[in-house]
Design a protein around this ligand. Sequence first.
Ligand code: TYD
Ligand code: MG
Length: 478
Amino acid sequence: MAKRRTVHVCQACGAQHPRWHGRCPDCGQWDSLVEETYQAPSAKDKGTGRGANGLAALVPAAGDEKPRRLGEIDADASPRITSGESELDRVLGGGFVPGSVVLLGGDPGIGKSTLALQVAGGLAAAGQSVLYVSGEESAAQIRLRAERLPGLGSDMQVLTTTRVEALAAPWQELVPSFVVVDSIQTIQTEAIDSAAGSVAQVRESAAQLAATAKKVGSVLLLIGHVTKEGSLAGPRVLEHLVDVVLTFEGDRAHAFRLLRAAKNRFGSTQEIGVLNMASHGLEAVENPSELFLEERSTRSPGSCVIPMLEGTRPMLVELQALVAPAPYGTPRRTTLGLEDARVALLLAVLDRRSPVDILSQDVYAKAAGGVRVAEPAADLGIALAIASSRLDQAVPADTAAVGEIGLGGEVRRVSRLDVRVAEAARLGFKRLLVPAVCFEEQKSRTKAREKGADPVCELVPIQDVAQAVDWLRENGMG
Ligand code: TYD
Ligand code: MG
């Protein structure tokens, strides 16, 4: 009998080591090595889902495996399957590609299962054959959830299992066009005997499922948990294996969610989807700006709207600041949804490069609505919100601002100004403070557009923070 050997596998990068280390010698991650049973690589293709007991071996291929000339391959033979969720389709680049594997990752409770069930139910209602595999919830729980979501087809096949091999029979019988596996961390294959959720298991199970999906031509949606560091558990190993990696993020205290593509073999990774978690499931948000500006207080000082860009999509977001005299000692700086370092830097610039003295003040700054703003183009908006609170002069309600601020106080160029201007104009903003360097080129473009029926907004060129503060003093509402 062969001796049982163990190996220490890094849960972050998947590297195997004969001995335990406090820090993975390969990727440098601390405390990530876990002891697993060593699997001798078999003569057959190990790790490709074609091992002797693999799922893929159990399910026959739909097509043949002969090489063909590139020119003879018909790309249109498999049109995309629209998911029924417009925001998901947008991120996927027009729907699922048959035979592709999509990994959906996100924090617990963010709505991954809900999204998967909605898509699965929608496809079932549209007459597609759908297999929903859950290793997390019981069939009754899935039914209960489905009852909250309107318009789901009841023909969807639900399988609750944690064994990859249990999928073979239904996969072969149903030849489903859409398979959901919730979640990849709960599923394990008999081909190897590591625990469920370990890197080896996740990799092998996913490889088997993916190989089967490719063979049969099913779309496979894998749901993956995110570790507390924010990466997908068993991360790098899975990302290589799948065609599309989607991340679902958002603040659980707020209803809106952002869907992004971290990798997409069939489309751009620039598109983002905005969804709203309602009592009857997730719904598409076509106009995120309207959602974010809904509760805006237009009269009080300390607020400024910025047209930020998420991927290719413009969104208007309100930034707020509150400046108060520091009662004792070192002034406090608290930020929510903005980067601490960015706000600290802007405070220093405001203090040195403009007449606003701020360093002895407590400053609280946040992006409203639970949005996270990381774009440098938000700088001018943040600075204006802070100055507005300090000077007690409100930025006019019909004015937004965009621009990056350098340490010299200069306002720098931003990308895609035309898209931002158009979004601000669409939402009824009359004025947009823009970097002076972008002003001329943008003006000629707007001129051309002015002839059309599109609403336009006036652009105010701003050279540096001092000029922005001057503008606020003249035009602000005190
Ligand atoms: P879920 O899809 O279970 O999250 P995940 O699979 O990512 O862990 O989502 C659970 C949350 O969504 C839960 O806190 C309740 C909320 N929810 C709604 O607000 N409305 C709904 O219609 C549904 C089904 C869930
Ligand atoms: Mg879930």
